[in-house]
Write a protein that binds this ligand. Structure first.
Ligand code: HPA
Length: 272
């Protein structure tokens, strides 16, 4: 496993003239436009990177982009790997581990999610403060990769409190209306039933989606501070549940995207 990760990292270093990113960014469904704000130095197709899984979802384009955002060196995953696509958990988090080997200091993650909190509206941003893993597995099952992190990583603060506080300050300063809350990861690919939404709300979640949690677990394992934000694309609250198609999700994500981009860019500018 370490060898496959190192091979991928070595190929990337060669192809990018040893470009050394300080921050990693994962862009979620319908949230790819942040890359337009990047002063791109290099762009690699996932398909060309040794051992990289290849994206199958049409709304994800599958590129690793290297460049500057807000004057800081970043690597951006345009498109991610979901458990529901049939990847193993190790494949889902492979790029996160490679980004760590490339030297990133912090990870910034975005996703599209259904809103469970009764006060949420579509296109709201929710800064994630904690999560509940409802996927049937996680990326740390199996032999521990001691070179990456400990057998029993602590999960008392998977989302950096410091980054959450900074995000809230930035939001206040820019007049962004931002929520905070708990994200639950469901396996998908079908959306949840009304009874499942009720269950997920009852156990303490404010939003539900199909990604992020495996990536965050892998990051925490490697002692990588994480910031994550959900874009609420549909409401999963009794009385507000409607039939949802991917187009609705993409539309709501597109509406929130400028705010999400602003938040992540300003946050990255502020990092030491
Ligand atoms: N569940 C419900 N609504 C959603 C999801 C989900 O996983 N992702 C985006 N909107």
């Amino acid at each position: 496993m370490m060898k496959t990760l190192q091979e991928a990292a070595e190929y990337i270093r060669q192809q990018t003239s040893q470009f050394q990113p300080d921050f990693g960014i994962v862009l979620g469904t319908g949230l790819g436009a942040l890359v337009q704000d990047i002063d791109t130095a290099f762009s690699l197709d996932y398909a060309d990177i040794p051992n990289f899984p290849v994206s199958t979802v049409e709304s994800h384009s599958g590129k690793l982009i290297f460049g500057e955002l807000g004057g800081r060196k970043v690597v951006v995953m345009q498109g991610r790997f979901h458990y529901y696509e049939g990847y193993t958990m190790e494949q889902v988090v492979f790029p996160i581990r490679v980004m760590k080997l490339l030297g990133i200091q912090k990870l910034f993650v975005s996703n599209a999610a259904g809103g469970l909190h009764p006060d949420f509206n579509t296109s709201d941003l929710m800064v994630i403060t904690d999560h509940i893993n409802l996927l049937p597995s996680n990326p740390l099952i199996g032999k521990n990769l001691e070179d990456l992190g400990p057998r029993f990583p602590d999960m008392s603060e998977p989302y950096s409190d410091h980054l959450v506080q900074q995000a809230l300050e930035i939001s206040a300063a820019h007049g962004l209306h931002v929520r905070t809350g708990v994200y639950a990861s469901a396996p998908g690919p079908m959306l949840e039933t009304k009874a499942e939404y009720h269950f997920i709300r009852t156990i303490g979640a404010d939003a539900v989606g199909m990604s992020t949690v495996p990536e965050v677990i892998a990051a925490v394992h490697m002692d990588l501070p994480v910031f994550a934000v959900s874009v609420i694309t549909d409401l999963c609250v009794p009385g507000k549940i409607k039939k949802v198609v991917l187009l609705d999700i993409l539309e709501a994500a597109a509406k929130a995207e400028p705010n999400m981009t602003l938040l992540i860019t300003e946050l990255i500018k502020r990092q030491e």
